[in-house]
Design a protein around this ligand. Structure first.
Ligand SMILES: [Zn+2]
Length: 238
C-alpha cells in the first residue's frame, strides 16, 4: 500500500472514531434538559402550594369581613328593637335578626371548613420543600458529573481532531478535497475496506480488475455503487 492510501486509511479510522465520539457528545443536552425539567416540576409544586395558601388567606379574610359585617348588622337591629312601637314592625325586625344570625352562622361554618382545608394544605409544605431541596441537590450533583463526562468526551474529540489535522495536512490538495467531500456526503465514512470482494460501504461486488488493483495498493479506487474510496484492508491477506 502506498503512503497516500495508508494515510487515507488511517484518516478514515480517525473519522470513524469521531463519528462515534460526536454521537456520544449529543446525549448531554438531553440529559441536562431532563434534569432541568425535574427541577422545574419540583419548583412548580411549591409554587402551586404557595398560590393555594394565598387563595385560602384571601377567602378567609373575605369570610371574616362578611361575618363582622353581619354581626354589626345584627347589633344594629337589636338596637332598634326597643324603639319599635308597632307589633308587626317588631316581628319584622326579629325576622331580620334571625336571618342575619343564620347568615353569620353559615359563614362561620364555611370559615371553619376553609380553615381545615387550609391547615391540611399548609401541612404539605415541609415535605414538598424537603423533596425540592433533595431534587435540587441531586440535580446539581448530576449536572456536575455530566459536565465532567462531557469535558472528557470533548477532550477525546479534540485529541482525534488534532491527529486527523496532521494526517489531512500530509495529503495533496486534490485528494484532500475529494476525501472531505465524500466524508461529508457519506456521514463521516469516505473510505471503506473491500470485504469478500465487495464494497464495505454499499456491499456492491467489485469486478476482478478492481480487486486486483486494490490488492496492489498503488492506486486510489472508487466504488461505482456508493462513490466511496475503496481500500484493500491492510490487515487482510493479499
Ligand atoms: Zn460502495
Amino acid at each position: 500500500m502506498n503512503d497516500e492510501l495508508r494515510t487515507l486509511w488511517a484518516l478514515n479510522g480517525l473519522d470513524e472514531r469521531l463519528v462515534t465520539l460526536k454521537a456520544a457528545l449529543e446525549r448531554f443536552p438531553a440529559l441536562r434538559k431532563s434534569l432541568e425539567e425535574q427541577r422545574l416540576s419540583g419548583r412548580a409544586r411549591i409554587e402551586a402550594l404557595k398560590k393555594d395558601l394565598t387563595d385560602f388567606l384571601a377567602k378567609r379574610r373575605q369570610l371574616e369581613k362578611d361575618i363582622e359585617a353581619l354581626v354589626a348588622e345584627e347589633r344594629k337591629y337589636q338596637g332598634q328593637l326597643p324603639l319599635v312601637k308597632k307589633n308587626e314592625e317588631y316581628t319584622a325586625l326579629l325576622h331580620e335578626i334571625a336571618g342575619t344570625k343564620k347568615r353569620a352562622s353559615d359563614r362561620e361554618t364555611e370559615l371553619l371548613t376553609l380553615m381545615d382545608a387550609e391547615e391540611r394544605r399548609h401541612a404539605e409544605k415541609p415535605a414538598l420543600e424537603k423533596d425540592l431541596a433533595a431534587l435540587e441537590a441531586e440535580a446539581a450533583q448530576r449536572l456536575a458529573a455530566i459536565a465532567d463526562e462531557e469535558a472528557l468526551d470533548q477532550a477525546r474529540v479534540d485529541h482525534v481532531e488534532a491527529e486527523r489535522a496532521v494526517l489531512l495536512a500530509s495529503l495533496g490538495a486534490g485528494i484532500k478535497a475529494r476525501y472531505e467531500r465524500i466524508r461529508v456526503s457519506k456521514g463521516g465514512r469516505a473510505v471503506v475496506p473491500i470485504l469478500k470482494g465487495a464494497c464495505g460501504g454499499c456491499f456492491r461486488g467489485q469486478p476482478p480488475q478492481v480487486l486486483q488493483e486494490a490488492r496492489r495498493g498503488d492506486r486510489l479506487l472508487t466504488c461505482e455503487g456508493c462513490g466511496r474510496l475503496l481500500i484493500w484492508p491492510p490487515d487482510s491477506p493479499a
